[in-house]
Design a protein around this ligand. Structure first.
Ligand code: HEC
Length: 138
């Protein structure tokens, strides 16, 4: 027994380290996604829901909860948010265009909006979480 331990202790420790790393890593990534999603949801509720509806289904503004017919919907949505839509009430939000939102905030918004796509990123936030976030920010 003693010699077995001596021989394999290193391997066992390596194994335990590998397993715990594998355990921690996806959890970390998921927390980051969750944080981004929550930030996006909050900014959306504060700035966009008036026109686009709290669920993105559209009011004065266009429906955002949809599948975007674009190869890079993220770029398309991001550019629209940054620049606004000329000739409509959709204002530019990017700071480069005199808007209030930082690059990071717009990225979170894009992430949140695209989560409404079928199979979009970060569909993991539960409805009750979103509702709580929405009410806590109004
Ligand atoms: C004052 C009302 C208003 C507000 C506030 C507003 N929007 Fe809009 N938005 C519009 C309107 C109207 C359009 C449709 C413009 C058009 O194409 O004629 C639009 C279009 C868009 C589009 C493009 C939709 C498409 O199908 O191409 C995106 C993306 C968008 N808005 C995101 C946002 C985000 C994100 C916010 C919050 C930061 C926001 N909007 C705030 C009115 C608004």
């Amino acid at each position: 027994m003693r010699s077995f331990l001596h021989r394999y202790a290193g391997l066992v420790i390596l194994g335990i380290m590998a397993i715990s790393l594998a355990w921690i890593m996806p959890g970390k990534a998921q927390n980051q996604d969750e944080g981004k999603l929550q930030l996006g949801a909050q900014i959306f509720a504060e700035n966009c829901a008036v026109c686009h509806g709290s669920d993105g289904k559209g009011r004065v503004g266009a429906t955002l909860a949809k599948d975007w017919p674009s190869i890079r919907p993220d770029l398309r949505v991001k550019t629209t948010i940054e620049n606004g839509v000329t000739g409509s009430v959709m204002p530019p939000w990017g700071q480069a265009n005199g808007g209030p939102l930082t690059e990071e905030e717009i990225d979170a918004l894009v992430y949140y909006i695209l989560s409404w796509q079928t199979g979009g990123p970060g569909n993991s936030m539960s409805n009750s979480q979103m509702i709580r976030l929405f009410w806590s920010s109004t």
